[in-house]
Design a protein around this ligand. Structure first.
Ligand SMILES: [Zn+2]
Length: 101
């Protein structure tokens, strides 16, 4: 089976930005979700699919990617990173609430 990842699907339709986060799926499944949920604009669908992380990384709360280029730089234990694209940054996470429904 192909490796699955959590993906973010972003679309921009009629001035509205819609974001969908998938469960762990393959790239082909993520694309099928985008085609199903992003309405057609003229003859095309306008969306971007970004890989966020694997299911394990998501469960461990170790999501990390460069917001500038989308690649996954090495993040040290303090959350600091230097990306190959030239960006530097720090990642912090706060869990405000969890909806268990
Ligand atoms: Zn980068």
């Amino acid at each position: 089976m192909d490796k699955t990842h959590v993906y973010r699907i972003s679309s921009h339709i009629g001035g509205v930005i819609q974001t969908i986060r998938t469960n762990p799926v393959t790239w082909e499944q993520a694309e099928a979700i985008a085609i199903k949920h992003v309405p057609k604009l003229d003859e095309t669908r306008h969306y971007v699919i970004q890989e966020i992380c694997t299911a394990d990384e998501w469960e461990e709360g170790a999501v990390n990617f460069c917001p500038r280029c989308g690649s996954k730089p090495f993040v040290d234990r303090f959350g600091d990173f230097d990306c190959d694209c030239g960006a530097t940054g720090n990642i912090t996470m706060s869990l405000l609430s969890v909806d268990e429904s």
